[in-house]
Design a protein around this ligand. Structure first.
Ligand SMILES: *Cc1c(COP(=O)(O)O)cnc(C)c1O
Length: 364
């Protein structure tokens, strides 16, 4: 028998989350962001649940190829654009729309031989200072692109740094609106947080939104709001089983570094899941976990292949009992990936992206 750990991708949750995003911005088209192998879920595994999107946005050309191989003929957008001139040939062949964020990418287009002009998304650095042309340089870049026979339609794109936090997006929206006021072309601004939190701002709705994390069922602004409060459902469950138990006496310690000490008699369960499966090693005693659908806590340190859990509230649990690390238990009980991420001092994005290769994945 294989080791009992398994991840499950929930097609119905993906559909629900996409519908939830659409409801927030009914007039916008929706890019399903499937970069990083669909945030660790697997592009091929999420495709069925997300095929109702208007397009797919990603970074890697081989991921674009995989989306085409699935039979998708609609829009695909490369969020970082091309990395070298010959990538443009693949863009032509696969009909990919691509971001243009720097002069070097315009230079590549200018020397590209193509019969089919490209649709590009000209990126503005409206304050995040990662990719894009500053508002002052944006128009020059637009004019350069507009003069190229290799370019057909120019759309306008920017990205927010603080859509999930107190600073918000108003300053970036203003910079973008000001610098693009009389430019033609479709606009796309909002990620998940902007789409859910700031949908009332007409500028955010724009023509397209670009949700990633929300469609995978994690709250973009946890813990201010939970996935449940946003009506989102976790699209990934990580589950395993107990492969042993131990009865502890007061003073007994658990695991590497003896970081947990029992102060009363207690029973613990040993779970076939560790950091080599993608469970974060930064989680410590107290991190929530479901055993037989009942919420309990991890004790001690996460090791490579195992964690240890308190069975105090789950007296019927034993060898083979179901353990839910995040996601949905067979009882229907839910443990949000955001809670585990918080316990590890990180965000849901990182956990889902870090699901390890050795974990078998099924789709339901
Ligand atoms: C990753 C990404 C998104 C999606 O962001 P979420 O926070 O996951 O919704 C949107 N736009 C761009 C440019 C991105 O790189």
């Amino acid at each position: 028998m294989p080791r009992p750990i398994q991840a499950t991708i929930h097609t119905e949750a993906l559909r629900n989350n996409l519908a939830r995003v659409r409801a927030a911005v009914p007039d916008a088209r929706v890019w399903g962001v499937v970069k990083a192998n669909a945030y660790g879920h697997g592009i091929e595994r999420v495709f069925e649940g997300l095929r109702g999107a208007d397009g797919f946005a990603l970074l890697d050309l081989d991921e674009a190829q995989r989306v085409r191989d699935l039979g998708w003929r609609g829009p695909i957008l490369l969020l970082e654009g091309v990395f070298e001139p010959r990538d443009l040939e693949l863009c032509s062949r696969l009909n990919l729309w691509h971001t243009v964020h720097c002069d070097e990418q315009i230079d590549m287009l200018a020397t590209h031989k193509t019969h089919q002009p490209h649709r590009v998304f000209l990126k503005m650095n409206s304050g995040m200072n990662r990719l894009g042309f500053t508002p002052q340089r944006y128009r020059t870049a637009w004019a350069r692109l507009n003069a190229l026979p290799q370019v057909d339609e120019i759309s306008l794109i920017t990205h927010f740094s603080d859509a999930d936090g107190p600073r918000g997006i108003a300053h970036q929206v203003a910079a973008f609106a000001e610098a693009t006021r009389d430019l033609p072309g479709e606009r796309t601004l909002g990620n998940s947080a902007a789409t859910l939190r700031h949908a009332q701002a007409a500028d955010v709705r724009a023509d397209w939104v670009r949700p990633g994390i929300a469609i995978y069922g994690s709250a973009p602004d946890f813990p201010e709001r939970t996935a449940q409060q946003w009506g989102l459902q976790g699209a990934m469950t990580l589950a395993s089983k107990l492969i042993g138990t131990q009865d502890l006496q007061p003073g007994d310690t658990v695991g590497y570094g003896s970081s947990f000490t029992a102060n009363a008699p207690m029973r613990i369960g040993i779970v076939a899941c560790g950091y080599a499966d993608g469970y974060p090693r930064h989680c410590t005693t107290g991190t929530p976990v479901l055993v037989n659908g009942v919420r309990t806590r991890m004790v001690g340190r996460v090791s490579m292949d195992m964690i240890t859990v308190d069975l105090g509230g789950v007296p019927d649990a034993g060898f083979g009992s179901e353990v839910t690390l995040w996601g949905r238990a067979s009882s229907g009980a839910v443990l949000s990936i955001d809670e585990i991420a918080q316990a590890a001092g990180t965000v849901g994005y990182e956990l889902m992206c870090a699901l390890a290769m050795r974990v078998p994945v099924v789709v339901d």
